[in-house]
Design a protein around this ligand. Sequence first.
Ligand code: DMJ
Length: 489
Amino acid sequence: MTTLKTTNLKITILLAVLILAPRGQAQERLNQPRLATRVRTEFLHAWNGYKKYAWGHDDLKPLSKSYHDWYAEPLLMTPVDALDTMILMGLKDEAKRTREYIVRNLSFDKDISVQNFEVTIRLLGGLLSSYQLTKDKRLLSLAEDLGNRLLPVFESPTRMPYRYVNLKTGKVRGNVSNPAETGTLLIEFGTLSKLTHKPIFYDKAKRALVETYRRRSAIGLVGTWINVETGQWTDTDSHISGAIDSYYEYLLKSALLFDDQDCRRMWANSIAAINRYLAQPVLHDLLYAGGNSGTQVKEPELWYGHADMNTGLRTATTYGALDAFFPAVLALSGDLERARRLQKSSFKMWSLYGIEPEELNYDSMQVTSSGYPLRPEIVESAYYLHHYSMLGARMSGPQSSKQLDPDHYQQMGRIMFEDFVKYCRTDEGYAALKSVVTKEKADSMQSFLFAETFKYFYLLFASPKRLDFDKVIFNTEAHPMQRQWPAAR
Ligand code: DMJ
């Protein structure tokens, strides 16, 4: 009887180890240069599909082999988002051709009403990072023209930006916004200021960030929707997911990129509230290890859920593909312990169906939103954690098991890349999934596939010489901004 019990226990532990360790870790040795080359080949596969069926437009529709434009006229979302990835991958000729196409064909003198946030992170960010990488002044001119056309968004009574602006007339609309859209602007507008020596861009974007922060609750949290004319919250749900996510990211990254002490303080206060009210340790697989004499309870999983911004009371136990950016931010802030634990949870979410769902209830482990639009966040976090593991950073805890293993995140990345190719590749591109459960594809290939997903996979496997992590800050669309400004004239 006792022997049977012991055997069952051993099997349970073994199964648990197999489930929780990156799949195939023991079997396959990593060949990083080969993996980096494979990522580059797949990038080109998707890029060639875009060129063949959607050239000159915003995005490829990979199933119907046609194109999608966000507005009545295209803004070259895919080429601008893809350019710095090509440069980093060493695709010199392709990058040169793409850059020439952009500078000859991209114009912002269009009578269209665009979403300030999306255009800022993809186009302004993409133009600025490619300018820093190439020194092609035409890219900076385009960025400055775009920045000027976006400025009217900040003319609200609270100075938090409206959501939309007409690029030709400056007419604004969309008075109910969210922290991600009001607070994810300073990296791009601030960099534009530093490169053009025009403080207006920095000042407007920083004011918008500060005004958002000022409206946090007494316990230090922000909600999901806010009226930029009245400053009143219209939805008090608080979380790190879409509509809030990159607001927190920019508090930390702006502090680091610009050495901005206000941002540093705002980040410090915010992360304390996030960790107090949104973080949730969860004991799922109560596993027992250890000898005959005692039992040892496994480390609880770490998740971040939803809570009301005023009371701090839990409103939902959901976490998703967008939330998976947070281990990267935690790692960048120096909190490697939480970063490691949260990445483990994200990978558990990925492993449920071999690719991550948009949203999951981490309490029941049921999928609550099943799509996968080719998101990068979990790969981004693997890249950051790999970087810090290579630096030999140690977790804060005393146990050696808590140290970051240099191979671990590349192994995780290899598995995710194989799953990604297996389920999302089409004959002439990559397709989003309608459902990670059925693996049915959707006719969409957003530009962040090129800006972020392929870039982070590539950087995870490529030689660190490709990009000096410590000299850049990535904007939320993975466009690296170099911490290097020309002296004022
Ligand atoms: C990107 O446009 C950005 O990373 C943004 O912050 C969130 N959504 C997508 C990628 O998932």
